[in-house]
Design a protein around this ligand. Structure first.
Ligand SMILES: *[C@@H]1O[C@H](CO)[C@@H](O)[C@H](O)[C@H]1NC(C)=O
Ligand SMILES: [Zn+2]
Length: 392
């Protein structure tokens, strides 16, 4: 038998019960989020997090004309990167980008590259407690053992060597450890994804005969061949000729966002041939092509998972492109936010082993292999004396 009065009381209590259940569910979600983020922080405190593309040197060298002596890099109120934010984001290794606008044909490209290299080295020297230069994997390990941010350099745009083996070798001597074969302009020897004013280049060729010699010399030197920014034809041409693993320093998936700048599945499927790795770019326009939508952390996680589904989880890493992009996805606003991405992937079922690979182990495997192949080649091969004009 039911008393109307108790039914009424129950009806009155219902919203409270529902609220309590909802609050409990929300709390569970929050706890889970907190747990995955705690897990991510813990993982990244034990295993190196390496990013292969950050354009901070571009701002320092050109926007600020190299005047960093009186700049306090501990906290900057512009860009995506400063020392405080690097520490918060648990970044332990960074390939600083040596970039200059390839369309500026009036400037001395080699000098412009020198300016970014110089400012990067001076930054490292100004903050010795924070940064340590690393030009090989042993130095990398030493830097992170000392709790410093291992600092490496990559040239973004083959135009900066002015088609010269001499310049290529001397950049290696200065410590540069990867070269992106092109930026958004063709070089006389390699085809870019996206040249706005293309000089004549045999579309679909990818690399000229001289371009192939550049790849072979990079293999001999131990400079990683970066095929971000190049045409798809160039990616294939490089895979046909390289003797060492290839690197995509900052690229996302073409299947999810079909712009030529991204990596197509046909190339992802070939990464096994040389043990290559794709470092995923966070740029809004590369991870979310739908103009009507804002890019988020979830889009970046989708690209990581998609590329991993085709190439393997041992072939992914991060090359966010911070300071080189004018917008960043929600949830990955600056270098502080890397752990959020790891938390999301933990939520999606990624194992610690997978995440350690994504964080840096995959890239280190490739870099080590590039070093090993270089020392093997150097034993039996002399530096290249090839010149561009001999191929024209
Ligand atoms: C740089 O800034 C940090 C905090 O923003 C401060 O603690 C430090 O003293 C500053 N260094 C110099 C040399 O001004
Ligand atoms: Zn770029």
């Amino acid at each position: 038998m039911v008393h109307w009065s108790s039914l009424a009381a129950l009806a009155l209590a219902m919203p409270l019960v529902v609220q309590a259940i909802q609050a409990e569910q929300q709390l569970a979600v929050l706890n889970k989020k907190k747990n995955t983020l705690d897990h991510a922080h813990k993982l990244l405190s034990h295993y190196p997090l390496i990013d292969t593309h950050n354009d901070l040197p571009m701002s320092l060298a050109f926007d600020f004309k190299g005047k960093i002596n009186n700049m306090n890099l501990t906290e900057l109120d512009w860009g995506h990167t400063d020392i405080t934010r690097i520490r918060e984001g648990q970044l332990s290794g960074q390939f600083w980008s040596v970039y200059y606008d390839c369309e500026d044909t009036k400037s001395n490209q080699i000098l412009k590259a020198m300016e970014s290299i110089d400012v990067t080295k001076r930054m490292v020297n100004l903050y010795p407690e924070t940064f340590q230069l690393a030009t090989n994997t042993r130095q990398f390990q030493r830097a992170i053992r000392h709790g410093r941010v291992a600092s490496m350099m990559g040239i973004e745009g083959g135009q900066m060597i002015d088609s010269s083996m001499v310049a290529l070798r001397q950049f290696f001597e200065l410590g540069v450890r990867y070269m992106t074969l092109t930026h958004n302009c063709h070089t006389p020897w390699a085809e870019s994804c996206c040249d706005p004013n293309p000089p004549p280049f045999d579309k679909g060729l990818g690399l000229t005969e001289f371009g192939k010699k550049i790849i072979l010399e990079m293999n001999r030197l131990g400079m990683m061949v970066d095929i971000s920014h190049v045409a798809h034809a160039t990616m294939h041409a490089v895979l046909d000729v390289t003797r060492a693993p290839v690197l995509f320093s900052h690229s996302s998936s073409h299947a999810l966002c079909p712009i030529e700048r991204n990596v197509p599945d046909s190339v992802l499927k070939r990464l096994d041939e040389t043990d290559g790795v794709v470092m995923i770019n966070f740029y809004n326009n590369f991870v979310q092509c739908d103009d009507k939508k804002e890019a988020t952390l979830f889009d970046v996680a989708d690209h990581v998972e998609y590329i991993a589904s085709i190439a393997g989880r041992h072939r992914v890493g991060l090359g966010a492109d911070y300071n080189g992009i004018e917008r960043t996805p929600e949830g990955l606003e600056d270098v502080r936010k890397y752990p959020n991405l790891f938390a999301e992937l933990i939520h999606r079922g990624w194992s610690d082993e997978d995440l350690i690979g994504l964080a840096g182990k995959n890239l280190l495997r490739v870099w080590k292999k590039v070093e090993r192949i270089s020392s093997e080649i150097s034993e039996k091969e002399l530096p290249s004396e090839e010149r561009l004009e001999e191929y024209l």
